[in-house]
Design a protein around this ligand. Sequence first.
Ligand SMILES: [Zn+2]
Length: 135
Amino acid sequence: METLKYQKEVKALKEHSCNFCGSKINIGEAYMKSTHKNDGDIYDFKTHKYCAEIALRLKMYDYCDEGVTMDDFMETIHCKHDDLLIDQLPFDKEQPQKYSDIIQQLRQVKIKDKLWYVIRYYKKLDKDAETKPFC
Ligand SMILES: [Zn+2]
């Protein structure tokens, strides 16, 4: 894959769908657009700003040489959501399966909700890091 135009912010003149999360990019919304060439086909890659940001934050570009696909993106969000959730549940050595039902249920959450959960988590993390005084 070759990049013809690097990612830049543009305003949506018509509705698009995000190449990362698959949901709608509304008219008038700022989104990220880049142009690529693959096997002779030229195509635009369009994503929400927040999707591009979380992809960067989770370093998805580092381990996807050929560019981050929707599958890579979804997979990373699913895993991250899972990790964050499991981290929050107290681990019970006596009953390691204690929360498995809850975890199963929470895995059924829609990708959009998972995505926002992960985004909020990192926003908070970054904010906490900013406000922490230097020692
Ligand atoms: Zn998106």
